[in-house]
Write a protein of this length. Sequence first.
Lengths: 369, 190
Amino acid sequence: MVAVQNFDDWVSQFHQWQKDIGYDTTLLGDFGFDAKYSEEDSPVIEFGDYKGRPKWQTYGQIPNQQVKDALLNLIVYQGDTEFASVEQQRHLIDTAPSDYDKKSIVRINAEEMRHGWQMAHLLVNHFGETGKVEAKKLLERRSWDNERLLGSFNEPVRHWLDFFVFTEFVDRDGKYQLKMLSRSAFSPLARSMGPMLKEEAFHLGTGHTGLRRIVQAGKIPTTLLQKYVNHWVPTAYDLFGKDKSGTAHWAYVWGIKCRFNEMETEDEVDKAMLNDHNRTLYWKECVELMDQLNTIVPAGETKLYAPSLKFKRAIGEHEGKHFTVDGQPFTGGDAAYADYLKTVLPQPEDEAQLAEIFKTNDWIAPKGK
Amino acid sequence: MGGARGVAPKRYLEEPRFLNELKPLFWANQRKEADAYEDLIYALHPPGSAEECNRLLAFRGLGQVAALGKRESEQKLQKALRTIRYPDVAVLLECAGIEGLTLPKLTTILHFHHPAFPIYSPELVEGLNQLGIPAVFRDEVSEESVFDYAGVIAALDRLKTSVTFENVPESNCFLTRVVEGALVERARRS
C-alpha cells in the first residue's frame, strides 16, 4: 500500500481492504461511511489529575508526549478490533439462518467498518505522520494470520453459534472499552464514542437474542452451547488488560480513560485495580445475562453459567494456571488438566455434532415453527 | 413560532422526556407484540409472494388484501419492494390503486422486507403528535399520504440521532423499530 497523506488516501485503501478480504460490498447498499461526532457531555475533564480543566480539542493541546502516545495506543487498539471482527465474520453471510440474520450480520459488519473508519479519522486528522502510518497499518494486519493486536480477534469465528457468542460477549467488552473512553479528556475521541455505542447496542442485542432463540429452539444442548461460552468469555476477560496495570493507572490520572461506572459511582477510585474493577463489573453482567437465558432453558437441560475470572486466562495473575470453570484450583498435573479442558471446551467431535445440527434450520427456529 | 411568549415549544419539553423513556417504552411494546413481530421477522424470506404477504398481514391482525392475488398487483408490489431505497419512498406510489391496500398494510409488508422502514399507523402518528412533531395519518396510498410517510421517516431519523447511547436498548431490532415501537406504546398509554 502507498503512504497515506490525507484521509481521502486512507479511504482509497479502506476500499482496497474490503476487496482484499473478499467482502461483497454490494451487500452494504447505501450504508454511509461517515465519521460521526456527538456533542460534548462536558467541556471540562471529569476525572484524574487534570479534572476541571478544559478538554483537549486538538493534538497540540494534549499536555505531553506520554499522554499523546497513550491516546494513540488506545485509538490504534480500538480500530484494530473493528476491522478484525469483519475479517473474522465475513464468511458467515452466506450461511445466515434467516434473511433477517443476514441483514443483521451485514449491518454489524458495516458498523464495525464504520467504527474502524472513525478511529482512522482520528488518527489521520489529529496524530500527524505517526497517525497516518498507524491508520494504514489498521488495514494491513489480518486476523487469520494472527496479526491482530488482541487475542479474541485472532480466533476464528467458525459458525453462527460462535457469532452469537462473540457478539454477546466480545462485543460486550467493546461496550465497556467505548464507555470508558466516552469521557476522555481528548474531546474528539470522547465524542466519537456516543454514535459507536448506539450502534453497538444492536450488535449486543443480536448476540443475546440469537442465544435466546437457540436456547428456545432446544436443538443445541446447553452443555454444548456452554463449551463455546467457555471458549470465548475468557478471551474477553483478557481484553480488559493485566491486573494492577500501570497503563490503566496513568490513563486514569491523565483523564483519558475512566472506570466503566465512573459517572454512576461515588466510590473512591483504586488506580492500582482499574482493570480488575472493570473486568469484575463485566463478569457480573455476564452472570446476569446467563441468568436471563436460564429462565428459558428447557426442563432437564443444564443451566448456563459465566466461567470464573480465573479460568483459561492468557494474561495477568491467573495466566496459564490450572483452574476449573468455577474457579477452583485443579488438583492434577498438566496431562490431567488437558483432559479436563477437553470436557469443558469445544472439541472436534463437538464441531461435528454442530455441523449435523446446522443441517436442519430448526436449531434456531422462531417459536411456533 | 411555537406557543405563547415564554412557553417553550412542546417538542423541546416532550422529546427529551420521551427519549429518556425509550428503553421501557420499547420493551413494553415488544412484549405486547412478541409473537406478532419476532415470529415473522425471522421467518420471512423476501421477496414475499402475494400469499406470504397476506399471511403476514393476517398474522399482524390487519386482514388480507384480495387484490394482491392478481398477478399485476403482486408484480407492482414486488417491484416496489425490490427497488425501494431508504429513505426514498416515492416508489410506493406504484402500489396506489391496488384495491384494499392501505398505507399501513403496505408499510407493514415493507417493514418486514426492509426493517429500516417504519410501520405507518395511527398510533405512530399520534405518538409523534404527542411530542409536538406534526404528522398526519391518511389510510390510502396516495401522493399526499406517501409524502406524509416520508415526513414520519424524517422525524424518526431525527429522534434516532438525538437519542443518547444510554437510552438505546440492546436489541436485535433496527433503531427505527425501537423508536417506532416506543412511540406507539406512548400513544397507547395516553
